[in-house]
Ligand binder design. Structure first.
Ligand code: NAG
Ligand code: NAG
Ligand code: NAG
Length: 903
């Protein structure tokens, strides 16, 4: 009976998101309590409790009911950490998701000066930033170059529910000691322990971040709206333009300002809501701090974000920039970067729920060969397993997985299999048996193994909070354990919010118990993070740390980028979802997670051919590029459509492969700088305020602007060219355009709006083969886009073996190219080794050089190589369009050359 009810519920929710399954703020006790705070909560610093040492300050703060401790410490690179916790003697320890950080105890740095005054304590950091603790009312202000840029508790909303002894339920306290949603009771044995405070971003017109929501890129004012919710949930066919929670959470946002951007990481893994308010500085308590001879507070934009979390403590990292580059570097120092992915992972991935059997797999991947469409990875969804027991293969449909994997590998392709965190409850299943025996399963409130319903039916869940369980999980990927797999098999962790079909809000009960006495409510948002980290470590270990793993996860948290790529879950085949994918991916990129994509074509439903083509064109310029679809949809392999559709899809995928050298270089550079690969405009054009909230276009790196066609039956595509005094070149026609400005281009079936930014050089393959491996070491074309002044352009390229960790020992090459006007009659193109530690000597040669914006009349050109006298080069010059093309210059990427162009 009960099962039937579940099946029914599931079926119902397949048609569209069932909003009723998910809480609103009003339906969440702590959210409601925090949101209703309208009067100052009255915290002040107890002056004689203040203690300052070399690197930090601690003090007690109190209001009528509660006394708390605060610590403020200075970290390296203009970063400050503020922690607010209960004072000594708390009834329970609060959970901190420190594994999200690259260092559990980030190193503190010395203050230059500290000064205790009447009413405030001033701290000057080594980087020259100032932190001011205001005593009454309690507030922490942050100054960069004497300008206030941020403040904690300026709205006096600090609210901290200390643990207390259980008392008789009164009406007022009902939500405090238990809560029921849709007939499922949360027993709250420890009562409520929520925390919340406001953070102001002075001067910031826009806030960006806190993924994951199907919302616009710029966060909206929530005063007359639901707050943004961060609670990892399995949401079928999610609604667009909604702050409802989705699969993952990164509690990080950034306030953007032309000169002083600021980031804030709210390190808390419990259910969190974020209210956003867009205002001006005269409206709040900071007016006085903003006011000076040149500044009128009412002209200073201000954004306030107010975070409240169900449990845990207040642990905030403020990164003080001040430039966009600094913001990304500072976040990367806290939560890390994506290590260089294996090259294949940047190719095209073909997935479906489900490729039915080995024959199906073979036909599909051979179909890509027959139809001359590149493909690197074929994916197997849940049906490939022996009755949803992960780490196994169905005995009849996938009887010889080794053959299948070998067959793919012979064509230089990989296989990805799905491995979810729910474990089939089956006494004969070895994973279940071992996990149970070792006590690696999550427990319910009563202390029994937690059981929920998921794909296999009755399921248990691995307690990834337990380090031993993680170690054990990692070992399950070894070749002895995960039988018949090889280094060519990589992993997809799905349903790891975790999804529990019969649980509250389709996830785990909050009173379920994890390792070390924590409740699920404390750790919910970091559960998936621990699963995919353990998966990654397992894949790395199975190859004795030789082969770079690829792991895709649906759920994520701050720090997930270190071990996973992420996609935007169960989207739908409609134009709205295609458009929505852009701000979603930009928000993830902003929050430090760069390897992201959306299911091309839409997971649910059947895309019309026009939409499918446009989606491939967009996906080809997004970091993770995978076609995937639901089992109820029609088959969608690219050749199953009209010839012109197949041709356009082939073109899009080949274009992706052609830009591979650029993508790979950008991922390498991300690992060094923290800058995302898919970039919002404010990262590149902070001077152009009107472009900051752009959510239909993006940059790939600093050189390539992308605007895909996003409407049915488009005849024209309108593109905004951001920046001040920049020049942009249409990728196809080379036509130059100034910025800021807009341009309209006619739309054909193969149109992707692509502009090359003046001042940059982009390497591209001259021809593409059908896999990234077949493209390895193949010749490139250098596209040089001369800057607006006509005197400069530069770019980089990174090369290595594409699959191993040899690059960590110097087996790589990182080179730069520069185009320069030496004087009126001489322009040069040179290359240079940018990192002498890199010893990789490749044979990659430059087959052609294309100079866009060549505003000179070349008479002759020659190349100088080591030890040789100059050789004449042949070239073509187009006077109308200022294009110069040098064919076969005879230059290698990793051997020094200089080309002189005389005019
Ligand atoms: C200085 O104070 C900070 C903040 O309380 C603390 O974390 C740090 O350990 C202290 N440093 C030393 C050397 O005691
Ligand atoms: C593709 O070809 C079909 C006929 O095979 C035609 O009806 C359709 O308009 C073409 N689509 C486009 C976008 O050119
Ligand atoms: C490229 O040129 C820009 C602008 O002059 C400069 O900031 C950047 O450092 C250069 N990059 C390299 C790799 O030389």
């Amino acid at each position: 009976m009960w099962r039937i009810a579940i099946a029914f519920l599931l079926f119902g929710s397949l048609c569209a998101v069932d909003r009723q399954n998910f809480k609103t703020c009003q339906q969440s006790g702590f959210c409601k309590r925090h949101r209703e705070i309208s009067k100052p909560t009255g915290y002040e610093v107890i002056s004689d409790s203040i203690k300052v040492n070399d690197t930090g300050l601690t003090a007690l703060i109190k209001n009528k009911e509660t006394t708390l401790t605060i610590s403020i410490v200075s970290l390296k690179d203009s970063t400050v950490r503020v922690v607010i916790d209960e004072n000594e003697g708390a009834l329970r320890k609060r959970y901190q998701p420190l594994d999200a950080l690259t260092e559990k105890e980030p190193a503190q740095t010395k203050f230059k000066k500290s000064k205790l005054e009447e009413g405030s304590t001033k701290l000057l950091t080594g980087d020259g930033n100032r932190i001011v603790l205001q005593h009454n009312p309690f507030r922490v202000d942050f100054y960069v170059k004497d300008k206030i840029v941020s403040s904690i508790n300026s709205k006096e909303t600090l609210h901290f529910e200390a643990f207390k002894k259980k008392v008789l339920l009164t009406d007022r306290e009902k939500g405090f000691w238990e809560e029921t949603f849709k007939d499922i009771k949360d027993t709250k044995p420890h009562g409520s322990s929520s925390v919340g405070v406001d953070i102001a971003f002075v001067g910031a017109k826009n806030l960006f971040g806190i993924p994951e929501h199907a919302e616009g890129y710029s966060l909206r004012d929530t005063r007359t709206y639901e707050p943004y919710r961060l609670y990892n949930l399995d949401v079928f066919e999610y609604e667009l333009n909604s702050p409802m929670a989705l699969y993952g959470s990164i509690p990080y946002l950034v306030g953007v300002h032309q000169k002083r951007s600021v980031g804030a990481l709210w390190l808390n893994a419990a259910e969190t809501w974020v209210d956003v308010e867009s205002t001006t500085a005269d409206k709040g308590n900071l007016a006085k701090e903003v006011l000076d001879a040149n500044t009128k507070p009412r002209e200073v934009p201000q954004s306030n974000a107010r975070f409240y979390s169900e449990s845990g403590l207040i642990d905030v990292f403020i990164t003080l920039g001040p430039q966009p580059n600094d913001i990304f570097r500072q976040l990367a120092a806290l939560t890390g970067v994506t290590p260089l992915p294996p090259a294949f992972a940047l190719g095209y991935h073909q997935s479906r729920w489900n490729y039915k059997n080995q024959k199906d797999v073979k036909e599909v991947h051979e179909g890509f060969v027959k139809n001359d469409i590149p493909l690197d990875v074929l994916w197997l969804d849940i049906e490939h397993t022996d009755q949803k027991a992960y780490f196994t293969f169905d005995k009849t449909e996938f009887a010889n997985p080794e053959d299948m994997i070998k067959d793919l590998a012979e064509k230089n392709r990989k296989l990805v299999t799905i491995v979810d965190p729910h474990i089939k409850k089956d006494a004969k299943y070895y994973i279940y048996k071992e996990a149970k025996k070792n006590k690696y399963l999550v427990k319910d409130a009563k202390g029994e193994n937690y059981e929920g319903n998921c794909w296999p039916g009755d399921s248990t869940y691995i307690d990834f909070l337990n380090p031993k369980a993680r170690q054990w999980w990692s070992e399950q990927f070894s070749f002895e354990k995960y039988k018949q797999t090889t280094n060519d098999v990589h992993i997809w962790n799905d349903m790891n919010e975790p999804s529990v079909f019969n649980g509250p809000e389709i996830t785990m009960h909050k009173d379920a118990k994890h390792h070390d006495g924590f409740e699920h409510r404390d750790v919910h948002n970091v559960y998936g993070f621990f699963q995919h980290s353990a998966t990654f470590n397992g894949l790395k270990a199975r190859s004795e740390n030789k082969v770079r793993p690829f792991v895709l996860s649906r759920s994520f948290f701050a720090g997930s980028q270190r071990t996973a790529a992420v996609w935007t879950g169960d989207n739908k085949a409609d134009w709205g979802h295609l458009k929505q994918s852009i701000p979603m991916l930009l928000s993830l990129s902003t929050a430090g997670l760069p390897f992201v994509g959306a299911d091309v074509g839409g997971f649910f439903g059947n895309p019309e051919e026009d939409l499918l083509v446009r989606w491939y064109q967009a996906g080809a310029f997004q970091p993770f590029f995978r076609g995937h679809s639901h089992q109820d949809t029609k088959r969608r392999e690219p050749w199953l459509f009209a010839d012109n559709t197949t041709d356009a899809i082939r073109n899009a995928i080949k274009t992706r492969y052609a830009f591979f050298p650029y993508w790979y270089t950008l991922f390498y550079e991300h690992s060094k700088t923290g800058k995302p690969v898919m970039r919002p405009f404010w990262l590149e054009f902070v001077e152009d305020e009107s472009s900051w909230d752009e959510d239909r276009q993006w940059m790939v790196g600093s050189g390539l602007l992308v605007k895909p066609v996003l409407e049915a039956d488009s005849k024209e595509l309108s593109i905004y060219l951001p920046g001040k005094r920049q020049v942009w070149y249409d990728w196809e026609t080379h036509k130059a355009r100034p910025s800021p400005g807009a341009v309209q281009i006619p739309v054909g079936l193969n149109t992707i709006g692509l502009y090359h930014r003046g001042g940059t050089i982009i390497p591209k393959l001259s021809e593409v083969q059908l896999t990234t491996k077949d493209n390895h070491e193949k010749p490139i074309v250098l596209y040089i886009a001369v800057n607006q002044k006509g005197d400069h352009a530069n770019g980089t390229i990174y090369l290595d073996d594409g699959e191993s960790y040899a690059y960590e020992n110097g087996d790589y090459a990182y080179w730069g190219f520069t185009f320069k006007k030496e004087h009126d009659y001489l322009h040069t193109i040179t290359n240079k080794n940018l990192d002498k530690k890199g010893k990789f000597d490749s044979d990659v040669f430059i087959e052609k050089i294309v100079i866009r914006g060549a505003k000179f009349y070349p008479r002759n050109a020659h190349i100088f190589l080591d030890d040789f006298s100059p050789e004449d080069l042949e070239f073509e010059f187009n006077r109308d369009n200022f294009i110069m093309e040098i064919a076969n210059p005879g230059a290698f990427v990793t051997r020094e050359f200089r080309i002189d162009i005389h005019s």
